[in-house]
Write a protein that binds this ligand. Structure first.
Ligand SMILES: [Zn+2]
Length: 351
C-alpha cells in the first residue's frame, strides 16, 4: 500500500463537515473537564477504554455507548464552551480550515441547563476559538435532533432554537441534523419536526443510509434534507444514486465509523469508488475522532490508499465539502480559492 498520509497531513486546506462534539474530545480536554468535576482518571489506557471503540465493536448501538462519559462531562456552560473551543483549536492544528461541528442540545441539559443555554455556550466556544483560526478559516455548528420515542417536544425545542440563529448573518449555527439509533427509530417518525424546519427555511442534513437502508434516505430526501449523513448505502439502488446526482445531493461519508459499526467488514468493501463513478458527490469526514481514534487526514489517506485515488480526487473531495457546506457563498468563494492555492503549494497540481 502506497501511503498518501504524509502529503495529506501537509495540506492546510482540509475540511470536516460531519464531526460530533461529544465523540471528538481530545484526551487532554477530557482530563481537564474530569479534573474540574473531581472525577479521577487513572491513565490514558483507561481513557482509551472509556472513549474509543474496541476492535471487536459489533454495531452502532455499542458504538453509541462511547458517548456516555463525554456527555456526562458536557453538562455545564463552561465545559461546553471549553470543549468547542478546544476541538476547533485541534482542527486548526490538523490543517482543517472549515468544519461544521454537531451536537444535540437536549443531551446537555441533565444538570439543569436549558437547550438555549447549551447553544449559547457552544457559540461562545466558537468565538473563543477565533484566535486560533487562519485568516481564511470558518467553523460553524449544526444542532442535532435525536431519534427516540419520548423526546418529540425536545426536538421541536431544538428546531425553535435553530430558527433564532440560522440565517441571521452571524454564521455560527448553520443547520439541523437528526442523529441517534437509525435502526431503532425510523426516519419517518420525525417527519413533523423536519417539515417544520423546512417550512422555516432551516437547512438540514439527516443521518440516513447507515444502520438502515435506502428507504431511510428516501424519507430524509422527501423531507428536504440538503445532504445525507453517511448515506453510503445509496449504492444499493440505482434510483437513489440517480436522484442524488440529479439533485446535487452530497453524501457525508465517514469510512472508519462505518467499519466500527460493522456496516462493512473491511475497507476494501467500502463502495466509495462505485458512488464516485456513478457521479454522486461525496465528502470524507471523521464522524467521531476520539470514538474512532482517527482524524481527517487519516480518513482521506485510508480511502486514497485503499482505492488508489489520485491527488486530484482528494482535491475534489475537499471541494465537494466546500460546495455543500452550509456557510455563506462569499465564504465558500474564499475557501475555494484557499483550497486551490494550498493544494497547488503542497502537490504542485493546479487547475
Ligand atoms: Zn454522525
Amino acid at each position: 500500500m502506497n501511503s498518501n498520509i504524509e502529503w495529506i497531513k501537509d495540506l492546510n486546506c482540509l475540511t470536516d463537515i460531519h464531526v460530533h462534539l461529544d465523540g471528538s474530545l481530545s484526551y487532554e480536554t477530557v482530563k481537564y473537564l474530569a479534573r474540574l468535576q473531581k472525577i479521577d482518571i487513572e491513565s490514558d489506557g483507561e481513557l482509551k477504554d472509556i472513549l474509543s471503540v474496541a476492535p471487536d465493536c459489533r454495531n452502532l448501538n455499542e458504538y453509541l455507548q462511547k458517548f456516555e462519559f463525554p456527555l456526562k462531562l458536557l453538562q455545564t456552560r463552561e465545559a461546553i464552551r471549553y470543549a468547542v473551543c478546544e476541538l476547533i483549536r485541534e482542527q486548526e492544528r490538523q490543517g482543517i480550515i472549515y468544519s461544521e461541528i454537531r451536537f444535540a442540545p437536549q443531551l446537555h441539559t441533565h444538570k439543569g441547563l436549558t437547550q438555549k443555554e447549551v447553544v449559547e455556550s457552544a457559540c461562545m466556544g466558537v468565538d473563543d476559538s477565533r484566535k486560533y483560526w487562519k485568516t481564511y478559516s470558518d467553523h460553524n455548528l449544526i444542532l442535532c435532533c435525536m431519534r427516540g420515542d419520548d423526546n418529540e417536544a425536545l426536538n421541536y425545542e431544538t428546531v425553535n432554537i435553530a430558527r433564532k440563529y440560522v440565517g441571521k448573518g452571524n454564521g455560527t449555527v448553520v443547520a439541523l441534523d437528526l442523529a441517534g439509533a437509525e435502526g431503532l427509530y425510523p426516519t419517518d417518525m420525525f417527519s413533523g419536526i423536519f417539515r417544520e424546519a423546512y417550512l422555516s427555511g432551516i437547512p438540514f442534513t439527516i443521518h440516513a443510509g447507515e444502520a438502515a437502508g435506502v428507504e431511510s434516505m428516501k424519507c430524509a430526501l422527501d423531507l428536504g434534507a440538503r445532504r445525507i449523513g453517511h448515506g453510503i448505502r445509496a449504492v444499493e439502488s440505482d434510483d437513489m444514486t440517480d436522484y442524488l446526482v440529479k439533485n446535487n445531493i452530497c453524501l457525508e461519508l465517514c469510512p472508519t465509523s462505518n467499519l466500527n459499526t460493522r456496516i462493512y467488514q473491511r475497507i476494501e468493501d467500502y463502495p466509495v469508488t462505485e458512488l464516485i463513478e456513478k457521479g454522486v458527490k461525496v465528502t470524507v469526514n471523521t464522524d467521531n475522532m476520539t470514538v474512532s481514534d482517527t482524524n481527517e487526514a487519516n480518513e482521506i489517506a485510508l480511502i486514497t490508499d485503499t482505492f488508489n485515488l489520485g491527488k486530484r480526487s482528494v482535491r475534489q473531495l475537499i471541494m465537494n465539502s466546500v460546495e455543500t457546506s452550509f456557510t455563506d457563498e462569499s465564504i465558500k468563494n474564499r475557501l475555494r480559492a484557499m483550497v486551490e492555492m494550498n493544494f497547488a503549494q503542497v502537490t504542485g497540481i493546479r487547475g
